[in-house]
Design a binder for this molecule. Structure first.
Ligand SMILES: Nc1ncnc2c1ncn2[C@@H]1O[C@H](COP(=O)(O)OP(=O)(O)OP(=O)(O)O)[C@@H](O)[C@H]1O
Length: 301
């Protein structure tokens, strides 16, 4: 079988437990992400999501296992992998525009100054930042605006893989919704692959092609890969009306509330690959998992 664009193979992370011993956060995590996919990872605090993200970004090395992108092992940070963190990580001494041009000129050393500026301004405009505001320093922006700069910066570099670690965590619901829409708009116009951490189930369903569910740590694992069987384009105000919405949502809530604990520490699947869950109430009933409501098709492969 051909390898996916991004391949996470038997990733294990062990940390010192602070008392002279060791703690295995997750063990043999194995999954793939296809090119252009939007994958979200959900799991309780401490199961190791940020650790996985840092390893994918090349900012940390796992205790064992490998990550391959396009067949090559990831080691160290690269412009091919853009990262957006919750705390924006903008350079405070540079203007909004320069925070974006900085990476664009590194990515395109052959471009003229004007090309770099025009390209950067295009991406800032896509997240609603236009006019004088682009000459302000990050300290002169609101939290939501800073987060937009950080998203514009990441997308403007056209990384093949975009890693988003709770990028909207610090935002109010209204701003969060607007930026989710903007993210979807930009992503749908590119070939970029997105891997995102969030704690927000509704956000995950709105954005993702697939949601990876992690069991609780220590010895956490990626137990399920839930397909989001809701067609795109998705509109935030209408998505709840899709017949699959609550079926998928209930499955996710049930996993996080109950099964993430029950499955913790268990590892009965030697391949360690997550189980694929497909919930589609628009298909004829008859197959599926007894936990899911009637008239719900859940195909586990
Ligand atoms: N550098 C480190 N040294 C020791 N332990 C660490 C280190 N970094 C993380 N941990 C531990 O590893 C576990 C996983 O942490 P991680 O931040 O990856 O979890 P998370 O799933 O992203 O959590 P949250 O949802 O709260 O952000 C936690 O128990 C944390 O205390």
């Amino acid at each position: 079988m051909p390898k996916p664009f991004l391949s996470i193979e038997n990733l294990t992370q062990v940390y010192p437990d602070g008392q002279g011993g060791q703690m295995t956060v997750f063990e043999n995590a194995t999954f793939g992400v296809e090119k252009g996919e939007f994958v979200v990872i959900l799991g309780h605090s401490g199961c190791g999501k940020s650790t996985i993200m840092n390893i994918l970004a090349g900012l940390a090395d796992p205790t064992s296992g490998v990550v391959k992108m396009n067949g090559y092992e990831v080691s160290g940070p690269s412009l091919d992998r853009g990262v957006v963190f919750q705390n924006y990580s903008l350079l405070p001494w540079l203007s909004t525009l320069k925070n974006v041009t900085f990476g664009v000129s590194a990515r395109h050393p052959d471009w003229s100054r004007q090309q770099v500026i025009d390209h950067s301004k295009t991406f800032l405009a896509l997240v609603g930042l236009e006019g004088d505001v682009v000459y302000r320093k990050p300290s002169q922006l609101s939290g939501g605006m800073r987060q937009r700069v950080s998203i514009a910066r990441a997308f403007a570099n056209h990384p093949e893989l975009l890693l988003l670690d709770e990028p909207f965590g610090a935002l109010d619901a209204l701003t969060r919704g607007t930026i989710q829409d903007e993210l979807l708009k930009i992503w749908s116009g590119t070939e970029q692959t997105v891997f995102m951490i969030t704690h927000d189930i509704d956000e995950a369903i709105l954005l993702a092609d697939r949601i990876l569910l992690m069991t609780n740590g220590p010895y956490a694992r990626v137990a399920e890969s839930v397909e989001i069987t809701i067609p795109r384009p998705r509109v935030r105000s209408q998505i709840v009306e899709h017949p699959n919405y609550y079926a998928i949502r209930n499955h996710l809530v049930h996993f996080l509330a109950e099964r993430s604990k029950e499955l913790a520490g268990q590892n009965d699947d030697r391949s360690n690959a997550p189980q694929t869950i497909r919930i589609d109430t628009t298909q004829p009933s008859g197959t599926g998992d007894p936990d899911t409501p009637r008239n719900l098709r859940a195909v586990n492969t």
